[in-house]
Design a binder for this molecule. Structure first.
Ligand code: AVI
Length: 336
């Protein structure tokens, strides 16, 4: 039993990620129409607000995934139990869903390692501390990494002795455009060994009214989450956004097969961003896109797996077929 935590985002890595952040903001605010990528929202506070979202009863992606984990924890155990294994989670957040699996593995007296990776240092620190207080008497080792996903995976690749199962849950893959999602699963494949597994959570296409309701909660948490982006820009780049002068709305967009979230400027205004030494003008009711949440069909998921070097092992659905956790096995590369 051991519980460790490492920060791979300090020093030069932190400087590079600050540069990437500033560059992404400059590009996004210079586009017409303006559009910022959603990963900018996830500082420690952004991750906390997202955790609140996952607790909303109307946000089906999180609720469905809890249901799936409860229903299929034995099936996942059967898949892994034969050999020593390691569970790596990309974007672990508060790790609540995964704990359903971890507890079950422990109950079955399996010995394994859990490696949660998250970009938010606060989230990883809290998670490792929570796991230590809950499971310190058990057969579990935890190595938390505050890192970008692929930096974390590079670190892990050095230890090749066990079968890996990589979890990429919560439909985070839906926040990537399709070509980026394809690139992501290919790069992930290169970080793994033949026979390793990945489990990816996909939110499935469904009635657009269900989607619009899921992304526009009455309590305003989604709005708070999206507008938090402006706080992040003020803090990290010395911008002077006045949050009260913006509102947010999410809606399903049939052209892109995604729920898109927009921040609207309620008036004409100019924002100065010190770190970029630039002013940016917003017209009255100008919309800036802040999120893209692609909704998959099952055939699209299967094509994505097959063309990226995986074999689909199984699809785990919730009762409504709103969501799927799809388990894939890394295939041998043909030219090896
Ligand atoms: C993190 N990601 C999968 C969420 C989603 O559903 O696209 C982010 C989110 N934004 C608003 N609600 C949830």
């Amino acid at each position: 039993m051991s519980f460790h935590y490492h920060n791979l985002r300090s020093g030069a890595a932190a400087a590079t990620s600050d540069d990437q952040f500033a560059q992404a903001v400059l590009e996004g605010l210079s586009r017409k129409p303006k559009r910022l990528p959603s990963w900018l929202i996830y500082d420690d506070r952004g991750s906390e607000i997202f955790t609140e979202i996952t607790q909303l009863t109307g946000y089906h992606p999180a609720q469905c995934e809890f249901e799936i984990f409860q229903k299929y924890k034995q099936a996942v155990t059967d898949l892994l139990a034969k050999n020593a294994f390691r569970v790596i989670e990309l974007g672990a957040g508060d790790g609540k869903k995964t704990q359903i699996l971890l507890e079950h593995f422990i109950q079955k007296q399996l010995t394994f390692e859990y490696v949660p990776i998250d970009i938010s240092e606060g989230a990883i620190q809290n998670l490792v501390a929570a796991l230590e207080s809950k499971f310190s008497q058990n057969t579990l080792s935890v190595t938390g990494l505050a890192a970008d996903y692929f930096d974390g995976l590079r670190e892990i690749k050095r230890h090749r002795n066990v079968r890996n199962m990589v979890l990429f849950l919560g439909s985070t893959i839906g926040n990537m455009e399709l070509p980026a999602a394809e690139q992501f699963v290919r790069t992930l494949r290169e970080s793994l060994n033949e026979g390793d597994y990945v489990m990816i959570g996909f939110d499935l296409m469904k009635h657009p009214k269900t989607l619009d309701a899921a992304y526009n909660d009455a309590s305003g948490v989604f709005e708070r989450f999206n507008l938090h982006l402006l706080d992040v820009l003020n803090r990290k780049l010395g911008a002077n956004f006045v949050k009260e002068h913006y509102v947010q709305q999410g809606q399903y967009q049939p052209r892109t097969h995604a729920v898109e979230s927009y921040i609207y400027s309620t008036r004409e205004q100019v924002v100065f961003i010190k770190a970029l030494e630039r002013e940016f003008c917003f017209g009255a009711w100008e919309a800036m896109q802040t999120e893209h949440s692609y909704k998959y069909t099952q055939p699209e998921i299967e094509v994505l797996a097959e063309k990226s070097g995986y074999r689909v092992v199984t699809h785990l659905f919730d009762a409504h077929h709103y969501f799927v956790d799809s388990i894939w096995e890394v295939r041998k590369l043909r030219n090896k």
